[in-house]
Write a protein of this length. Sequence first.
Length: 186
Amino acid sequence: MSDRQYPARQYFSLDIPRKGPPVAAQPGILRVRRFRVSPRFDTRSLVYRTGDVQYDTDFYNEYLTDAGAMVSEAARNWLFQAGSFATVVDSSSSLSEDFVLEGVIQNLSGDFRSSPRAEVSVQLFLISSSATNGGVVFQKLYNRSIALPEKSPRALVVGLGSGLSEIFTELETDIVSAASKRTQPH
């Protein structure tokens, strides 16, 4: 039997509270679907870029839950707190939505090759559910690179949260503007 000691596993959550007053609300219901995650980053383990084409996953440091579920829940909570729409619901709601927000997390990692950075990339789509005016209303790829004070799991998770906060701040303005153009009479 070995007396070797292993590090304790740690679990992290991307908590991204919104600060500031609500924005001008768009009437209607926004449904936020669960975001998909690129297969390269679809793991509960934290991911570190360590070379030009090399990434490592961290067995001992993980997200508390699936990244796609965590980021989509954070986006839904953010948009609800922003007052972006009269009502913001998740996929389990039985309400009929006016708009749907879909997302694909393209990157959620730490670049630890030299100066540590949190790298976040999310492609977001606002879709109208209108039978007469349906389809993609807005789409954008949001990218953020946040400098970290050190190469550590905690610093990475805080940096990823900061990057997502910047993305959600921009998103709330973008989708309200796009939705209001779609609902204006022609």
